[in-house]
Design a protein around this ligand. Structure first.
Ligand SMILES: Cc1cc2nc3c(=O)[nH]c(=O)nc-3n(C[C@H](O)[C@H](O)[C@H](O)COP(=O)(O)O)c2cc1C
Length: 332
């Protein structure tokens, strides 16, 4: 069936209904970066089925950890303008701890036509944090100043940050606020957990609220928006927040961003074509037709989809072939 026949008719002004989730004219929805998941193949499929549902996407991080950074390096494939034409707008994200490498990476990003770069100050992985990258940067105010200063002084890029509350304590980021308030940042996205929490446990909403009141930049809320009700509850609690970032929620329920905007979908009709299209796009991004890799990716995706459907993902997890997993997908 042609995709246009099953998609809701999207005439932007007419399809947006504000009341159900308290989503307002000024609210923005941003797709979160999920390394190896919300990259080009996902954004391509998502843009086809759910155009205009996210205002933009942050890309999974590009590592700035060598001094031989060229436009042709594989890490830029995901953000090359020719690959992103007609897709959801994106803002490249970088991770690193070396101001010189970061600047070189930013110069490539600038040369590709981007106007903003986001610095990852939230990645909780131990090997990254221990090297002072990702959330590890929250411990190094001088490095943050040096890196942001070097980007702002030597490129035309605006700088935004994606942070956590801290590494082991929930106060590392808080200590940086006076310094960050003095910088001309585009925005700060806060995932209100510590690095040691990874993605588990409750998000620390009281701390988030306390911090937002101290920050003079636009703050983006990010964390555990999985349902329309989650969004409405957060919007009621933080009516002053207008920027919302959604990650795992968009994988669990690809209809979520549209639903928040008041768009309704024939979910039972759309979900399977969407998943099969994701698979096709993933395959077309691969250099070789590696069944094991494709199977692994589909298992990862189905883990999230099953969470959204509140069904067991065991049969997907134990699938031994692409044929088998595709059969299970067609039965959801
Ligand atoms: C598998 C995975 C990969 C991630 N990759 C990135 C990344 O590349 N850059 C980043 O800033 N955050 C990354 N994150 C964190 C998410 O962007 C987001 O902050 C987190 O999932 C919380 O938001 P959510 O509850 O809406 O998913 C990742 C999270 C997961 C689960």
């Amino acid at each position: 069936m042609a995709i246009n026949a099953i998609l809701p008719k999207l005439k932007t002004e007419n399809t947006i209904v504000f009341l159900p989730s308290l989503f307002s004219n000024e609210d923005k929805l941003i797709l979160a970066p999920l390394q190896n998941l919300t990259n080009l193949f996902f954004r391509r499929t998502f843009s086809k089925y759910f155009p205009q549902c996210f205002d933009y996407a942050l890309t999974p991080f590009i590592s700035a950890c060598s001094n031989s950074i060229k436009r042709s390096s594989p890490q830029f494939f995901d953000i090359l303008p020719e690959n992103n034409q007609g897709l959801i707008d994106c803002v490249p994200q970088i991770i690193g701890n070396n101001a010189e490498y970061i600047l070189q990476t930013c110069k490539v990003i600038e040369s590709l036509g981007y106007r903003e770069v986001n610095i990852n100050m939230g990645c909780p992985k131990k090997d990254i944090v221990s090297r002072g990258r990702g959330a590890g940067m929250l411990k190094n105010a001088d490095l943050i100043k040096r890196i942001t200063g070097s980007i702002l002084n030597n490129t035309s890029l605006q700088v935004s940050l994606k942070v956590r509350l801290g590494v082991k304590e929930n106060t590392d980021f808080e200590k940086l606020i006076p310094m960050l308030n003095s910088l001309p940042l585009k925005n700060i996205c806060i995932h209100p957990r510590r690095a040691v929490d990874f993605y588990e446990g409750e998000v620390d909403l009281p701390k988030f609220e306390e911090l937002v009141r101290k920050i003079r930049h636009t703050v983006i809320y990010n964390g555990d928006i999985f349902t329309l009700e989650d969004f409405s509850r957060l919007k009621q609690r933080f009516p002053f927040i207008t920027h919302w970032m959604i990650g795992r929620g968009a994988l669990r329920n690809p209809f979520l961003a549209g639903n928040i905007r008041g768009i309704s979908y024939e979910k039972s009709v759309l979900l399977k074509p969407f998943i099969f299209d994701l698979e096709e796009n993933f395959i077309s991004n691969l250099k070789s037709n590696n069944e094991k890799l494709i199977l692994g990716k589909m298992k990862e995706i189905m883990k999230y989809v099953c969470q959204g459907l509140e069904t067991d993902n065991q049969k997907f997890l134990h699938s031994n072939s692409l044929e088998e997993i595709n059969k299970f997908i067609s039965e959801i």
